[in-house]
Design a protein around this ligand. Structure first.
Ligand code: GLN
Length: 549
């Protein structure tokens, strides 16, 4: 019988429910349990694919091409369970399928209502996650308790315990225990109120995970327990981590959370905990051998969630090289105003990530030209690859107005353009080239060496492609097309062999990087940046360290 953990959040948003849920998933897996993770989001968009990264942060793409919430990135990075479309539902998707059923006459003349039709649909998507091969399903409910739009989800998870038995469900509520400087005190009242709201809906949480800046005293813990109707042992402290997010699972273990869950849900097959790889990881993180800096040049630089997986993948590569990486988030439009030299000189590597829309494109192209000419390690991702092609076309081949037709429909040199199957698409949601696709690499290329493989699978999310009519011209001028789709038609990887590390890819490798298994291209890029740092002699420790993980 599959057990269910429901994670809700209270008091304020951005408490890190996703990270906490992922950490719990990782701890349960480390106890030998088979875990699946799911996120239910209360907003009405069918998926986050059409939302601006300013609104919602990065859109995380799964193998099956679904465009999902960035919390699914945490799930994939922390746990090994494969994620699919079923792992992320929004209010929009739930309503869409209920309305489609209604149009087909499947409700037999009944009035279609939130309860039971919407709640039944929600319960069915939760139920779908369970099965003979799953011990625990962790379902995170987006939003904050008290929001109007969360209500159907909370009602559905309340009913779920009636359907499958209360003993098979565990409600975990994440709250904030703020510190008031003036009073020099932690305040428990917001937590009491938030739990009060949950109980009004009919949900008595089993475990409270309390986010806090300062440790919660025994007295405060007992007070929270008493007012919120849980034993003091179920009041778990989750203190802010200023060092690394990878401390979260360890701090939850120190507060006894994994044991509490195993006991509460009667998970008799759970083994004792083994998180040695994670403690080793943290050790490496704490004892770096080098320190380098990488510039990420993007349009959404000021929004820290917009390139979430990119920053994470850089961290993973840093950990694999035992190197601390200072990431400079550089606005590409600032480069247009102030010049690449002023903003980028001094970095050991330059990364240009994916994106949409024209703003800041010229700044990205300038950043890439700077990296190419100064021989600074460069890594381009999706739009970053397209900009690298534009720069090469303009500066090396002299195709002055070379551009992508996404930004200049009438360019005389459409080096990046739409291929036929994307030309007639008029809808925006879910219509790109999406999800995992195979690619073959040229043996001996930088990419093939980094992957140590010639056949790869990577995730895509884009509409535009390299224009094949320019391939010969680019090749003759020194660009290497080191990866293509298996039929050779779609350019997947480009590189410049006469540069220390100039690799750009049409796909999104950042989605497949994990803390314990850095993505080979990120590791290669960071390795090249470390080489530059060592060559330039701006370091204290000289011995290059081999990858440790
Ligand atoms: N805007 C570009 C395209 O659609 C790149 C997309 C991306 O970087 N994800 O092809």
């Amino acid at each position: 019988m599959t057990k269910h953990i429901f994670v809700t959040g209270g008091v304020v948003s951005s408490l890190g429910k996703g990270l906490t849920s992922a950490s719990i998933g990782m701890l349960l897996e480390s106890r030998g349990l088979r875990v699946r993770m799911q996120k239910l989001d209360p907003y009405i968009n069918v998926d986050p694919g059409t939302m601006s990264p300013y609104q919602h942060g990065e859109v995380y793409v799964l193998d099956d091409g679904s465009e999902t919430d960035l919390d699914l990135g945490h799930y994939e990075r922390f746990t090994s369970g494969l994620l699919s479309r079923d792992c992320n539902y929004t209010t929009g998707q739930i309503y869409l399928s209920v309305i489609e059923k209604e149009r087909k006459g499947q409700f037999l003349g009944k009035t279609v209502q939130v309860i039971p039709h919407i709640t039944n649909e929600i319960k069915s998507v939760i139920r779908r996650m369970g099965g003979a091969d799953v011990d625990v399903v962790i379902t995170e409910i987006g939003g904050t308790v008290g929001d109007i739009e969360s209500l159907p989800f909370l009602e559905a998870i309340r009913q779920y315990a009636i359907d499958v038995g209360r003993e098979n469900c565990l409600y975990m509520h994440l709250t904030l225990v703020p510190y008031l400087k003036a009073a020099d005190e932690l305040k428990t009242k917001p937590t009491q109120h938030s739990v009060g709201q949950l109980r009004e809906i009919g949900i008595q949480p089993d475990v409270l995970v309390c986010r806090c800046e300062h440790s919660i005293s025994r007295d405060d813990r007992e007070k929270i327990a008493l007012f919120c109707n849980v034993p003091p042992s179920a009041v778990i402290e989750e203190k802010d981590k200023d060092f690394s997010i990878y401390e979260v699972p360890l701090s939850l273990v120190n507060n006894g959370l994994d044991e509490l869950i195993v006991n509460k849900l009667g998970l008799t097959t759970a083994k004792s905990l083994d998180i040695t790889p994670w403690t080793d990881l943290l050790h490496n993180l704490r004892t770096p051998q080098h320190e380098i800096s990488i510039a990420v040049v993007g349009k959404y630089a000021e929004h820290k969630d917009a390139y979430k997986s990119i920053y994470e993948a850089i961290d993973h590569a840093g950990m694999s090289h035992r190197t601390q990486i200072r990431v400079g988030r550089v606005q590409s439009s600032d480069i247009e105003r102030e010049g690449a030299e002023r903003l980028l000189a001094g970095y050991h590597g330059i990364l240009v990530p994916g994106g949409f829309g024209e703003r800041g494109i010229e700044g990205k192209v300038q950043a890439i030209q700077f990296a190419r000419e100064r021989k600074i390690p460069f890594f381009g991702i999706c739009l970053g690859m397209q900009c690298a092609v534009i720069d090469f076309g303009r500066s090396v081949l002299g195709l002055d107005a070379a551009h992508s037709t996404e930004f200049d429909k009438d360019t005389p040199h459409p080096v990046i353009c739409l291929l036929d199957d994307q030309r007639n698409v008029t809808e925006v949601g879910g219509t790109m080239r999406l999800g995992s696709q195979p690619a073959k690499l040229v043996p001996g290329s930088a990419a093939a060496i980094a992957y140590d493989a010639d056949d790869i699978h990577e995730r895509h999310r884009h509409r535009y492609e390299f224009n094949n009519s320019y391939r010969e011209q680019f090749t003759a001028a020194g660009m290497r097309f080191s990866g293509t789709s298996p039929d050779g038609q779609l350019v997947e990887v480009i590189e410049l062999p006469d540069h220390p590390w100039f690799v750009a890819v049409q796909y999104h490798p950042e989605f497949k990087s994990k803390p314990l298994r850095a993505h080979p291209l990120f590791a290669g890029f960071v390795g090249a940046a470390i080489d530059r740092h060592l060559r330039r002699g701006d370091h204290e420790r000289t011995a290059p360290q081999p990858a440790v993980i």
